[in-house]
Design a protein around this ligand. Structure first.
Ligand code: SF4
Length: 452
């Protein structure tokens, strides 16, 4: 999921719309925008699908105002439907407000039970509604006080943008697991999950929201409040490895630079003799460049991604879906035929796609396919909102390296170490790697999981 906010800039909804386009890779299942106009009246539009499918008939013209928040949503099975598309709008006698969030509260069940015992009734499955209910409990206290208290009752990896009639609050979890940054645009400010949104909005990056920080934006400017003095820089490693766009900077580290460094280290840890390095488009290309640069093996475009195969084309028709990876990738036959290939990918979850890509390359005439993964073996579930499947489904949760290699049908298989995964950040962060190592940066509230 991705969130975005604009404060003090005319035409906020159009800016948010374009900014959200640059966050579309973080969620394709739904999106929306809420603005407050100059009279303090709210205006909202939400829908399911891609932004280009939601905003089709001049809806932005009906979202006036110089402040607003927006969101793109990734839906997992339990949290789908228009009802769960954010931002959400809440009415309250102390002042109405809107919220959009990303991530996951690990104590969501405990918080919702507590709130239900105090009379709350929920209409969505979102963490944003839980936070809104906690904020509402603060009644007539200063809004910032109620937000501080509410944030201190939740645990997990999250970011929220909260908008009242007069200001926007940008909040980041105290562990620093999820990214959020601030930019300057004219006399106002913008907030985004990733800095890549600033380019299209014409905004200038100022800084990241710090772990445990609330940044308040209004006509007075920008102010900082720490809601927790316990704070860590445990950015999700998968943001660097896979999710984020290569043109984003997260906690001081450029994503492309991270991936290229991971590729260099991958060669040093898992060298192999081959004729060419081939990256799996798009998120693995930076790592493949790094591997090629360090090894001296030429980088080649052995796979081409089909640009115009969209979600709507692939998913509804079973007969088309069965074509699987062939609908998304093609091997460049004349390039790979008769060659020994190092296939660099960013990560392996279930292994089903990797298995098919290895077969594609072999069928196209590659004599050897050596798979190199620019992250460690994924063995554990993520509790912070990333859909990494159940442990049983993960290729490596119950297999050795040799067994995983056999499943993929590769000539050899190599993974980056957790140490190099950390050090590829150039010292900017000690990222969360719990899905690789099982060492979670927070306590876990799920009784089925043992806490340290
Ligand atoms: S467990 Fe994995 S996917 Fe989840 S936050 Fe940590 S690194 Fe990211």
């Amino acid at each position: 999921m991705g969130v975005l906010a604009v404060s003090g800039v005319p035409g906020a909804s159009t800016l948010i719309y374009y900014g959200l386009h640059n966050l579309q890779h973080r969620g394709q299942e739904g999106g929306g925008i809420i603005t407050f106009d100059e009279q303090g009246e709210p205006h909202s539009y939400r829908g399911q699908g891609l932004l280009s499918e939601i905003f089709t008939n001049g809806e932005l013209d009906h979202l006036p105002g110089n402040m607003g928040i927006g969101s793109v949503k990734y839906a997992n099975a339990s949290k789908g439907g228009l009802n769960n598309v954010e931002p959400l709008y809440f009415r309250h006698h102390s002042g109405d407000f809107a919220i959009a969030g990303e991530g996951n509260l690990i104590n969501a069940r405990q918080v919702s039970e507590y709130l239900e015992r105090h009379g709350a009734i929920f209409q969505t499955d979102t963490d944003s509604e839980l936070l809104a209910s906690l904020i509402k409990k603060g009644n007539a206290e200063d809004r910032i006080v109620t937000i501080v208290k509410a944030l201190n009752m939740i645990e997990g990896g999250f970011t929220f943008v909260i908008m009242t009639r007069s200001r926007i609050y940008a909040c980041r979890d105290k562990y620093g697991i999820k990214p959020l940054c601030i930019g300057k645009l004219g006399d106002g400010y913008v907030v985004s999950s990733e800095s890549c949104a600033f380019e299209i909005m014409g905004a200038e990056f100022i800084r990241d929201v710090e772990p445990g920080e609330i940044v308040t934006l209004d006509h007075h400017g920008m102010r900082s409040t720490l809601y927790s003095h316990f704070n860590r820089h445990r950015m999700c490693a998968m943001e660097y490895i896979y999710f984020a766009r290569p043109d984003s900077d997260i906690d001081g580290c450029n994503v492309h630079a991270y991936r290229k460094e991971a590729g260099r280290r991958l060669y040093r840890e898992c060298p192999v003799e081959a004729d060419m390095v081939v990256g799996v488009p798009e998120s693995s290309l930076s790592a493949a460049m790094g591997y090629a640069e360090e090894s001296g093996i030429p980088y080649e475009m052995g796979l081409v991604k089909h640009k115009y195969v969209g979600r709507t084309f692939i998913e509804p028709v079973q007969s088309v879906r069965e074509l699987g990876v062939k609908m998304k990738l093609s091997p460049v036959r004349s390039i790979v035929k008769g060659k020994r290939i190092v296939l660099v990918d960013d990560s392996i979850v279930r292994g089903t796609t990797s298995l098919k890509i290895v077969k594609l390359l072999r069928d196209a005439g590659a004599t050897e396919v050596h798979v190199r993964i620019a992250s460690p073996m994924m063995r554990f579930t993520c509790h912070y909102g990333v859909d990494t499947s159940t442990p049983e489904e993960l290729l490596c949760s119950h297999r050795t390296l040799e067994e995983a290699c056999k499943v993929l049908g590769a000539d050899s298989l190599g993974y980056l170490s957790p140490e190099s995964t950390r050090d590829s950040c150039f010292g900017c962060a000690d990222p969360c790697q719990a899905c690789f190592t099982g060492e979670y940066p927070t306590l876990l509230y799920d009784e089925s999981v043992e806490n340290d």
